[in-house]
Design a protein around this ligand. Structure first.
Ligand code: ZN
Length: 124
């Protein structure tokens, strides 16, 4: 009963003040959180985490000895990702940082090279 009341109150609030996608500002559906499916599908993922000798590892190993490195997305000018990074850095949308951090955690938690990570260095 308590969950029903909580969901009802949340739906009522969303009816008058719909949550908007942080990428494109369209109203989110009840099953979307922070970013709509359309924007998620436009994110240019690298999938570097699946390759132990990916371009990030190759580039960083010329500077210092590292065990593993990855990048979540390719940066593209005038892309949905650029808009999201701008929102994160300059518009106080910290939930985007949580979104990308959680996404990265989900991708890496089963990858052997990232099981004993000692440092994470975010580079926007
Ligand atoms: Zn969107």
């Amino acid at each position: 009963m308590k969950n029903f009341a909580k969901e009802f109150a949340s739906d009522l609030v969303n009816l008058f003040f719909p949550l908007q996608c942080l990428g494109c500002n369209t109203p989110l559906t009840p099953h979307e959180k922070d970013i709509c499916v359309h924007c998620q599908l436009q994110l240019p993922f690298t999938y570097f985490h699946l390759d132990g000798n990916n371009p990030m590892v190759q580039k960083l190993n010329t500077l210092l000895k590292i065990e593993a490195a990855t990048a979540l997305c390719y940066f593209e000018k005038n892309s949905i990702l650029e808009r999201m990074l701008y929102q994160l850095k300059y518009s106080g949308q910290q939930q985007l940082g949580a979104y990308f951090g959680s996404l990265m955690g989900e991708l890496l938690k089963h990858i052997k090279d990232f099981q004993n990570v000692q440092a994470v260095i975010p580079v926007p």
